[in-house]
Design a protein. Structure first.
Length: 187
């Protein structure tokens, strides 16, 4: 007779207490299980992530609209929990008031999540993550592709609009008034 032992699934709270991976890889919690989603990001990835984050932060701060984070956890599913780490995220003060600074994860979805495409991002993985973001209440998702120098803008799952590096990206209704040449994300 064999005994099957159920694998213990972690909660978002338990996941938050885990140490960072020694090898610098990026991990996420997916339906209670820790998964490595990619090796330490490349230099190019980091440059794009910083450029997007800085553009959003400078605009949000100048207009007192909200906060911008990089690689902060976002709970997309509960019971079992899933915690994703978007490369960049924006929370409006309407969703997360200025006087509330979460110790671990915000109790509300971000308004905008940005993912910088890397070799480990297959189309299937990206599609799943985009769907998760919208299902938990994210209002807009950008997928920045450093190799193609494009940003795909999603305002709902499955309906992306590709902007090339000669275009200007806007914040639409999520970041009213925000505009930036797409090329600035890749320089």
């Amino acid at each position: 007779m064999s005994v099957v032992t159920a694998k213990k699934l972690l909660t978002a709270e338990e996941y938050a207490k885990l140490p960072d991976p020694i090898d610098g890889s990026k991990q996420e919690l997916v339906r209670g299980e820790v998964v490595t989603v990619m090796a330490a990001p490349s230099f190019k990835h980091g440059v794009v992530q910083l450029n997007v984050g800085m553009a959003l932060k400078m605009f949000a701060r100048a207009n007192n609209l909200g906060r911008v984070t990089v690689e902060s956890g976002l709970i997309t599913e509960e019971d079992p929990d899933t915690v994703r780490g978007p490369d960049v995220a924006f929370w409006s003060f309407e969703r997360l008031p200025a006087d509330q600074t979460p110790d671990v994860y915000a109790g509300v979805a971000a308004d905008l999540c940005v993912e910088v495409k890397s070799p480990s991002n297959t189309p299937a993985k990206a599609t799943k993550k985009i769907a998760e973001y919208f299902a938990c209440g994210v209002r807009m998702v950008w997928i920045a592709d450093p190799d193609e120098r494009t940003v795909t803008v999603y305002t709902k799952p499955g309906d992306g609009r590709v902007l090339w590096d000669d275009a200007t990206i806007t914040g639409e209704g999520v970041l009213p008034g925000f505009t930036c040449p797409v090329s600035e994300f890749f320089s």
